[in-house]
Design a protein around this ligand. Structure first.
Ligand code: 5GP
Ligand code: MN
Length: 315
């Protein structure tokens, strides 16, 4: 799965692992980095290896693997420090992913379907298509559902097809408790995080009505002041899009090693291209991310210049 996994990366990986384990395979799930607390309830999450924290254990599993499934990322650099070890492996690498422009040369086999809502939907399709749908138990259903609601914004983004709703109906029949999963994912934060959101919406958000765009830039001092941890900033990039007329939202966080960008758009503004062009990133048409080693103020200025350059598409 990709670094700093979200519900789709973790959910699709644990669901696939659940199926393969039932089929008698020995399966190890590895995350390139740590993951947010709101993913810790997921069935199987306790056994996931954090590559950065347990390199030896992770490398031992990689080196003895016959197959490595790569889920919810399109390029090895999305696995941060795992990219080197992964590219050195000679075993069979299989990609299952829905991000734009996959680096196909890095994988031996794969499915890349960019119209799919989520990698979790693709893993569900794979289970059905391979004739193993009877293995989709309550635990697997929970993982897949978490991935679906994470990546569809709880069924609102355009990739939420009829097939997604049909899949969820099927998961319900297999014992899915959807209310519990929404609570586990979204009602599971500390007070600090809510105070932090109040603070940044008041003090760190700039709105550029002439470009239908908005920006939130979060300095390191805010992260320290509110004890912000992995996962606490998830979803904040969506808030500016709730302002009438705003079609592009950018969020940049000053992390120690880099400035991490998230982009979200509505309608026909392509943030995959935008992130690739200006911020060494990529992702999907309406949701993408990027990174830079520039200082916060420098990269913020780059965003302001970029929206000017894209004025005609934004207006
Ligand atoms: P988020 O803003 O939630 O971190 O990421 C939004 C989407 O863009 C996700 O699907 C994520 O996988 C993708 N993404 C985020 N950062 C990067 C990046 O630096 N490079 C690429 N290629 N995709 C990214
Ligand atoms: Mn995904």
């Amino acid at each position: 799965m990709h670094q700093k996994p979200d519900p789709d990366a973790m959910g699709s990986s644990l669901a696939l692992a659940g199926m393969l384990t039932q089929l008698g395979h020995e399966v190890t799930v590895i995350s390139p980095t740590n993951w947010p607390d709101f993913l810790k309830w997921m069935p199987g999450a306790k056994k996931v290896i954090d590559f950065e924290a347990s390199k030896e254990k992770a490398n031992a599993a990689l080196e003895t693997a016959d197959w490595v499934f790569c889920l919810d990322f399109n390029a090895l650099n999305r696995t941060r420090n795992m990219a080197g070890p992964l590219s050195a492996l000679h075993c069979v690498k299989i990609l299952i992913d829905h991000h734009e422009q996959p680096e196909t040369a890095s994988f031996d086999y794969g499915i890349s379907l960019t119209a799919k809502s989520s990698t979790s939907e693709m893993v569900y399709d794979f289970m059905k298509g391979s004739g193993h749908e009877q293995l989709i138990n309550e635990d697997i259903a929970a993982c897949l559902y978490a991935g679906i609601i994470g990546d569809t914004g709880s069924f609102r983004f355009p990739a939420t097809s009829a097939g997604v709703h049909e899949m969820v109906a099927d998961l319900k029949r297999r014992g899915l408790n959807h209310t519990l999963i929404h609570e586990n994912l979204y009602d599971n934060f500390l007070e600090d995080r809510l105070r932090f959101i109040g603070h940044i919406l008041l003090h760190r958000m700039e709105v550029f009505y002439e470009y239908n765009a908005a920006l939130i830039a979060i300095p390191k001092s805010d992260l320290v002041k509110f004890n912000i941890r992995t996962g606490d900033t998830e979803g904040i990039v969506n808030y500016p899009l709730t302002i009438r007329g705003i079609r592009l939202s950018g969020l940049v966080i000053d992390r120690d090693e880099e400035r991490k960008w998230s982009f979200r758009s509505k309608g026909d503004f392509d943030v995959n291209t935008f992130a690739r062009r200006y911020f060494n990133g990529g992702g999907h048409y309406n949701a993408s991310g990027g990174r830079t080693t520039d200082k916060l103020q420098t990269t913020v200025q780059l965003f302001k210049n970029a929206i000017k350059e894209n004025a005609s598409q934004l207006q």
